[in-house]
Design a protein around this ligand. Structure first.
Ligand SMILES: [Zn+2]
Length: 182
C-alpha cells in the first residue's frame, strides 16, 4: 500500500470538483476515511486469514463491489438526512473508496488487488508500478525504506493531486465569480 497519509490526498484533490463536498466538511472527512478504510482488512492477518483469501489483505475490501456498496450505503444516509443530490455525493465517495485499490495496483510489492471480488479472487496490478510499496513494519519504514516510499508517493500521487486540487479550486472560484456578477 501507499502510506496511510497518502491515500487521503485523493479525497482532498477531488474535493473542489464537487459543490456538495466544498460545502460539507463532514462529507470531505467521510471521503478521507473511505480512502483508507479498505486497509482495515489487515486485521484479518490476526485471525489467521491468509493474504490470498477472499477476505485477506487486498481482497474483498479493495474491490469495485465493496466500493459500490459502501459508497451507496453512506450516500443513502447523507441524502436522507441532509437532502443532497445523490449523484455527486455518491460519485465522490465511490471514487474515494475505489482510489485505494487502484493506488495499491500502482505499487511494486505485496500481492495484487482482487478488483472483481467476491466474483473472482484473481489479483491484479497495473503494468506500470512506479510507487514503492510501504512496509507494514514501522521499524523497517524508519530504517530508510520510508524515505524511498515517500519520495515516490510525492511524485506520483501528491503532485498530481495538487494539480487536480488547484485546477478544481480555480474553476469553482471562476464559476462563483461569474454567478455573482449576473
Ligand atoms: Zn490497501
Amino acid at each position: 500500500m501507499p502510506t496511510i497519509f497518502t491515500h487521503p490526498v485523493i479525497a482532498v484533490g477531488l474535493s473542489p470538483w464537487f459543490k456538495q463536498i466544498r460545502d460539507s466538511r463532514l462529507l470531505l472527512f467521510t471521503g478521507i476515511v473511505l480512502t483508507v478504510l479498505p486497509d482495515a482488512d489487515v486485521i484479518m492477518f490476526r485471525f489467521g486469514i491468509p493474504y490470498n483469501h477472499l477476505f485477506g489483505h487486498r481482497g474483498f475490501t479493495h474491490s469495485i463491489f465493496f466500493a459500490l456498496i459502501i459508497s451507496g450505503l453512506i450516500t443513502w444516509f447523507f441524502v436522507h438526512r441532509h437532502q443532497l443530490k445523490w449523484v455527486p455525493v455518491w460519485l465522490f465517495l465511490f471514487l474515494c473508496t475505489m482510489s485505494h485499490g487502484l493506488l495499491d495496483m500502482l505499487t511494486n510489492g505485496g500481492k495484487g488487488v482482487a478488483l472483481f471480488s467476491p466474483f473472482s479472487n484473481e489479483r491484479f496490478f497495473f503494468d506500470f508500478q512506479p510507487i514503492e510499496v510501504s512496509t507494514l513494519s514501522i521499524r523497517r519504514f524508519l530504517d530508510g525504506q520510508g524515505v524511498k516510499v515517500i519520495l515516490t508517493e510525492l511524485k506520483w500521487i501528491w503532485l498530481p493531486c495538487l494539480f487536480v486540487f488547484v485546477f478544481g479550486w480555480l474553476l469553482a472560484r471562476a464559476k462563483r465569480a461569474s454567478q455573482d456578477s449576473q
